[in-house]
Design a protein around this ligand. Structure first.
Ligand code: MLT
Ligand code: MN
Ligand code: ZN
Length: 291
């Protein structure tokens, strides 16, 4: 299986257009690299590719990724479809950018499909796009041979969907398994708590990409000087997930969905030293992983 880490930032990216926090300033000054919003591309055969999440940065991410370049025909694309972990805007707004790709398949939990109804109605007028409801813990084989299984990890709804009548799991993690190599990727960019059973998933994965939005429980309020509602955002801070990850040294562990306030963005920070000492990484956009 080949994994391209397309983007590693939380909503807004780094720098975020309206943010003058320390890390955003450091990126503008050229001292830290730009990070686009969280998404990955996965493939078992290097021919059929699946996007997991589609941020507003998807156009730039596709353009920066040779594996996802169009061809061989003038309007062919190796992108077979998109899987969504949740319905947050930073994970779903990019779907409209992908309009006009006939046959694009979208996999998402029932809650997310419902929340995306307005986008679905718009896309329906641009060409055929098929929608498949993701059922928890039921493996599905994707074009190209990858086997994917969704694990519900939280009930955190996007702000725009607080009144949605659809009950169920709003956020899932995906486990990708390549039957040819045995490689397993666990992708969990939004994790509200450490769910029961999650240790077993991390233990059997070769690589885990995990929610690293915030380092500290009160980081956003401290950076912006305003009440932030961080606790309600559904992101377990690194300070709380790192002790859990320490128990899995055999798994390659990478934090993603990094918010622009997160001190681990700076490799010289004490917080970065803490994760490095635990053997946990942050990686650059465009990182390719073979497993
Ligand atoms: C989140 O990850 O919590 C959301 O993307 C926040 C947001 O952008 O509203
Ligand atoms: Mn987000
Ligand atoms: Zn910022």
């Amino acid at each position: 299986m080949k994994v391209v880490v397309l983007g590693t930032a939380a909503g807004g990216g780094v720098p975020q257009w309206n943010c003058a926090c320390g890390p955003c300033g450091a990126v503008r000054a050229g001292r830290l690299p730009v990070r686009t919003q969280d998404a990955v591309a996965v493939s078992a055969n290097g021919v059929d590719w699946w996007l997991v999440n589609a941020s507003p940065d998807i156009g730039a991410q596709l353009a920066a990724t040779p594996e996802l370049a169009p061809g061989p025909g003038p309007r062919d694309t190796p992108v077979r479809g998109v899987l969504f972990t949740d319905a947050e805007l930073d994970h779903t707004l990019g779907l409209a950018v992908l309009r006009g790709a006939p046959g694009l398949r979208v996999h998402a939990p029932a809650t997310v499909l419902h929340a995306l109804a307005p986008t679905r109605a718009v896309l329906a007028t641009y060409g055929e796009c098929s929608w498949r409801q993701v059922e928890p813990e039921q493996a599905v084989v994707l074009a190209g041979g990858l086997e994917v299984t969704a694990f519900p990890v939280s009930g955190k709804r996007p702000r725009y969907a607080v009144d949605s009548p659809v009950a169920g799991h709003w956020v899932v993690a995906y486990r990708f398994h390549d039957p040819a190599t045995g490689g397993v990727l666990l992708y969990a960019p939004c994790l509200a708590s450490w769910p029961s059973g999650f240790d077993a998933l991390v233990a059997e994965a070769d690589v885990v990409l995990l929610d690293g939005t915030f380092y500290a429980p009160s980081e956003m309020g401290a950076a912006t000087g305003r009440p932030s509602g961080q606790a309600a955002m559904g992101h377990l801070p690194i300070a709380h997930s790192l002790p859990e990850l320490r128990g899995h040294p055999a798994t390659r562990r990478i934090y993603t969905h990094l918010n622009n306030t997160n001190p681990v963005l700076d490799p010289a920070s004490p917080e970065h030293a803490k994760i490095a000492e635990a053997g946990v990484e942050v990686v650059a956009d465009g990182t390719v992983i073979d497993l």
